[in-house]
Structures are given as structure tokens and as C-alpha cells.
Ligand binder design. Structure first.
Ligand code: COA
Length: 341
């Protein structure tokens, strides 16, 4: 099957040519958290499925953009390409070190990409899947041929590892993962169906207030809130349990693909219970919906590409497969991307 053409241009397919990831060295286990706040391994595992997560150390040179650059270098090596082959770098992140320049510019400098487009994309945990759709369509439209897309986040920088932050700091971890997306003459490769959604009315469900004016009306001021993720866990949970299956169903219908014909579901790793609910809803076998949240927690924009990299490296996702990517997150945002690899 040929996936679309661009009028006036030679039709191109789009492929994921390489993937890579980078993790901070420091590992924070549930046992470590037990020493920092009132919580327990049992509570965390039962509610989330998380056993440990990685936390970066800026004093040792680790940062969102350093991890992002390492992940992209690994993806380029996997694709047997160099930084000079890239014509655009997109970093999906909500934890750029600075508001200017973009993380993507820092990454471009770190990998020596020279003259290369670079911008950050902020859609919280949905950022990487938004990026897949955007990168695909930029190549499909003929404006670009080789794009480095990275999901990189360091939510540890927005956490309090004490009782004030115990409902969020147990969930999030730091990571970066990347893919190189490339034009190909094989027009059977690329996106079969995609979507990008947001409902700004839900912004108060997950937000990071910088100052008192950022707090929603009616929310009491507390200095501990500033600079730290505020999340209505129960409400986000309810939203996600409903949204994941709906998003998958709509995307399958648009592509006219049956749930069983998708080789792998790569879903944002937010909570093991949310993932299992989606798997049960479609009656999928355990090995078709990948879960690695036990080892990394919720790594925000890095979560989906980190799964993809592990799946490609283990051979469970390969050329010719159909792969469904779905994510949801702050905004509220949610997004899907069904690929013919
Ligand atoms: N350890 C022990 N107890 C904790 C705790 C912790 N780390 N964090 C919170 N608690 C307490 C709460 O204070 C509450 O106590 P109370 O009943 O005395 O008030 C109790 O545990 C239950 O809290 P609740 O929020 O109802 O738990 P939950 O079953 O909803 O689980 C989450 C909490 C956050 C794990 C769950 O809501 C969740 O995963 N939500 C989705 C979050 C998400 O996916 N976010 C990312 C979006 S991209």
C-alpha cells in the first residue's frame, strides 16, 4: 500500500532509521525513597508498578540537553549516519535548562550539527508523539529529509524528595531517547493514521507554578508549590483510563487496521494500572503492549522513545511491523501515531 503523495513532488515514504537512548547514572529505588519520605515500596508498586527510576546529577555534567545529545548520537550511529546528515533537530521536553536557547540548539552544538534547524516542542508527556507526527509530515511535504527527534526530560528538577512531594516524586524519572526519521523511496513506510489533541480547560490537572500568580483561582498559596509539579493524581488517572482506549480505537478506525494486526503498542509509561486497563480493553496478549515503567518510572517525553529503543534493540519491533504510539499528559494533551515501519 502506498501512503499518500505530495502534489508536484516525487512521493516519499518515511522511515525510522535509528534509535538510541541515554540514562542518568544515579538510580533511585523505592527503598531509597522510603528513607526520604513517608512511603513504602509496597504502596508505590501497588499503585504504579514502579520499582526504581534514574535521577540526573547536574554537578556531574548531566542535564536534559546532554542526555538528549547522547541519545541522538546513539540513534545516528544506529542509523549509520552522522550529525552532518541532519537537516532538523526537534527536542520534545518540558524541562529545558534555559528558556533561551532551546535544548535543540544546545544539542545541535553538542553533536556538531552545524547549520541545522532546531526547536523545542512542549506538549508534556505527549511531546514525542506530537513530534513523530510533525517530523513525518515535514518529510512527507518535502521540506526536510532527515530529522533527529528526541524526547528528553528531567522531572527530578521539579520534584521535592520529601513529604511535600511524595505523591509526585515517586512517579517521575529522568531520561532521553531519540530516533532518526528519514525519507525513503519505499512509499509503503510511514504513518497510517495520526492525531494530536489538547483540552486547555484541563491545565490545572498538572502544572508547574513559577510564582503566586500562576496558581489557579481558589488554590491556597504554599511556597512548597512554586517550581514543583502540582498534579491531581486521581483526576489524571480517570482521564487516562478513558483516553487511552478511545485514542487507540479512533486511530485504528481511521487507518482501517484491526487491533490484532498491530504488532506492538508503545504507550506512554504513566502508571502500570493504566497500561493494563488499555491492554485488557482490546484483549491484547501481554507481549503486545510494552511495559518498562518498573525500571524507569514516568520519564515524560522520553517514555515512548525509550520503549521504542528497547523494543528495536531486542528485535521485538522491526522493519515491516505496524506500531501504535500513544501518549497523554499535561495540557491536557493526548496524541497517537500508527506507523508502518
Ligand atoms: N506513599 C504513601 N502514601 C501516599 C503517597 C506515597 N508516595 N502519596 C500519596 N499518598 C497517600 C495520599 O496522601 C492519600 O492519603 P489520604 O487518603 O490519607 O489522603 C492516599 O495515599 C491515597 O492517595 P490517592 O491519590 O487516592 O492514591 P491513588 O490510588 O490515586 O494513587 C497515584 C495515586 C498518583 C499513583 C495515581 O492517582 C496515579 O497514578 N494517577 C495518574 C498520575 C499520572 O499518570 N500522571 C502522569 C500524567 S502524564
Amino acid at each position: 500500500m502506498s501512503i499518500g503523495t505530495t502534489s508536484g513532488r516525487r512521493p516519499v515514504g518515511v522511515r525510522i532509521a535509528g534509535t538510541g537512548s541515554a540514562l542518568p547514572k544515579r538510580c533511585l529505588t523505592n527503598a531509597d525513597l522510603e528513607k526520604m519520605m513517608e512511603t513504602s515500596d509496597e504502596w508505590i508498586v501497588q499503585r504504579t508498578g514502579i520499582r526504581e527510576r534514574r535521577i540526573l546529577n547536574r554537578e556531574e555534567g548531566e542535564s536534559t540537553s546532554q542526555l538528549a545529545a547522547d541519545a541522538l548520537k546513539a540513534a545516528l550511529a544506529d542509523a549509520k549516519l552522522t550529525a552532518a546528515d541532519l537537516d532538523l533537530i526537534i527536542v520534545a521536553t518540558m524541562t529545558a535548562e534555559m528558556s533561551c536557547p532551546a535544548s535543540a540548539s544546545l544539542v545541535s552544538n553538542l553533536i556538531g550539527a552545524g547549520d541545522c534547524g532546531a526547536f523545542d516542542l512542549t506538549a508534556a508527556c505527549s511531546g514525542f508523539v506530537y513530534g513523530l507526527n510533525i517530523a513525518h509530515d515535514l518529510i512527507k511535504g518535502g521540506a526536510h529529509r532527515t530529522i533527529g527527534l528526541i524526547g528528553a526530560d528531567a522531572l527530578s528538577t521539579l520534584m521535592q524528595y520529601n513529604n511535600h512531594g511524595r505523591s509526585t516524586s515517586i512517579i517521575f524519572g529522568d531520561a532521553a531517547a531519540a530516533c532518526v526519521i528519514k525519507a525513503t523511496d519505499d512509499t509503503s513506510k510511514g504513518i497510517l493514521a495520526q492525531s494530536m489533541h489538547s483540552d486547555g480547560r484541563g491545565w490545572k490537572e498538572i502544572y508547574v507554578p513559577r510564582c503566586i500568580q500562576d496558581l489557579p483561582p481558589g488554590v491556597e498559596f504554599d511556597e512548597n508549590k512554586l517550581g514543583h509539579v502540582q498534579m491531581n493524581g486521581a483526576s489524571v488517572f480517570k482521564f487516562a483510563v478513558g483516553t487511552f482506549p478511545e485514542l487507540i480505537q479512533q486511530t485504528l478506525e481511521e487507518a482501517n487496521v484491526a487491533a490484532v494486526d498491530v504488532d506492538m503498542y508503545v504507550c506512554h509509561q504513566s502508571n502500570q494500572r493504566i497500561l493494563h486497563a488499555a491492554r485488557d480493553r482490546f484483549g491484547l496478549p501481554e507481549d503486545k503492549l510494552y511495559v518498562n515503567i518498573d525500571r524507569y518510572g514516568n520519564t515524560v517525553a522520553a517514555s515512548v522513545p525509550l520503549c521504542l529503543d528497547e523494543l528495536r534493540k531486542s528485535g521485538r519491533v522491526r522493519d515491516g511491523h505496524k506500531v501504535m504510539f500513544v501518549a497523554f499528559g499535561g495540557g491536557l494533551t493526548w496524541s497517537s501515531s500508527l506507523w508502518q515501519l
